[in-house]
Design a protein around this ligand. Structure first.
Ligand SMILES: [Zn+2]
Length: 325
């Protein structure tokens, strides 16, 4: 039997199995770079992070309607539930879809409907944290924040920052995160994945990060790591993702054990499970080999979750009722 799991770092567009992606593409009359499951699986073998981003843009382009967005949330909740997931913070990148002409409300309504249906059908609580996209037009990114605020009542709990980290430092997005935080949303940027400690420091200081998505490069800066530990900032670590995008040379060399040894709280997630050929169970196996128990991962997930208090109480109860050994 699976232990209960809290997943805080998963891109809903990256959870779509090749079969479903082909089905959605056909429904919307969109051409994908490959038209078979094998062809898409081939495309999902990335050489590096830039290659991953290019494939991401090509494949996610077929998502067009509220029903597409609703479907991918419900499908992923169903899959994650089989691995024990009880709470998920799902990421999506609305500016990318809006840039391709998809209506903003279509996007947000679809994801929020999906979150509601995920709980009704599969008992998984899903909260949403749309990403601002690094390098995108300032007006598009401002709209992401405005929409996130407008949909807070429907399960949007925070705003993230994704895309090419090395080219677009956190400080460029200070104002947008200020607006989001003043409206009561959490700040959950990606940092310290493909760029170093300075990027994490920027996320903490300029963006008031409540958590850091990845954050693994904190290991290179003992002062920064000590600060993360002292402030109790949770790092949403995705070991297999780091391997697939070439951020770490091997799982044996992953910095997770060093982060945990320093006292950092690390939640465990899949990032883009369909694209990285992973799932929650697999991530937990890897994490256990690297010294993070399911109970420790659950505690870190609970500490980092942006959900309302009533859901937090539920999650606490689930943790207390679990026989962890
Ligand atoms: Zn991510």
């Amino acid at each position: 039997m699976s232990f209960p799991k809290i997943e805080l770092h998963v891109h809903l567009e990256g959870t779509i199995k090749p079969q479903t992606l082909l089905q959605i593409a056909r429904r919307n009359d969109v051409r994908l770079p490959a038209d078979t499951v094998e062809g898409l699986a081939d495309l999902y073998r990335f050489r590096d992070f830039s290659d991953f981003i290019r494939t991401w843009v090509l494949t996610t382009n077929c998502l067009r309607t509220a029903d597409d967005f609703r479907q991918i949330v419900v499908d992923y909740a169903a899959e994650a539930a089989t691995h024990g997931a009880v709470y998920i913070e799902g990421i999506f990148s609305p500016a990318e879809r809006a840039l391709r002409g998809v209506d903003w409300d279509e996007i947000f309504t679809g994801y929020c409907d999906g979150a509601q249906e995920a709980f009704e059908r599969h008992g998984v609580r899903v909260r949403l944290t749309p990403d601002i996209t690094r390098g995108f037009d300032a007006d598009l990114n401002r709209k992401v924040v405005e929409m996130a605020v407008a949909y807070a009542e429907r399960g949007v709990v925070g705003v993230g920052l994704g895309g090419m980290e090395a080219d677009w430092p956190p400080e460029l997005y200070t104002e947008l995160f200020r607006i989001a935080r003043e409206a009561g949303l959490g700040s959950v940027p990606h940092a310290g994945e493909t760029a170093g400690a300075a990027s994490i420091r920027g996320a903490l200081e300029a963006l008031g990060a409540d958590r850091i998505r990845h954050g693994i490069h904190a290991v290179e800066d003992p002062g920064l790591l000590a600060e993360i530990v002292a402030r109790g900032v949770v790092l949403d670590v995705c070991p297999v993702s780091n391997l697939r995008t070439g951020v770490v040379p091997s799982l044996q060399e992953h910095p997770l054990p060093a982060l945990v040894a320093a006292g950092a709280r690390c939640s465990i997630s899949t990032d883009d499970p369909a694209m990285f050929d992973t799932d929650l169970e697999r991530e937990y196996q890897v994490a256990a080999e690297l010294g993070v128990t399911p109970q420790a991962a659950y505690a870190a997930g609970l500490a980092g979750a942006l959900c309302e208090e009533s859901v937090r109480d539920e999650l606490i109860r689930i943790g207390e009722q679990t026989a962890w050994t």
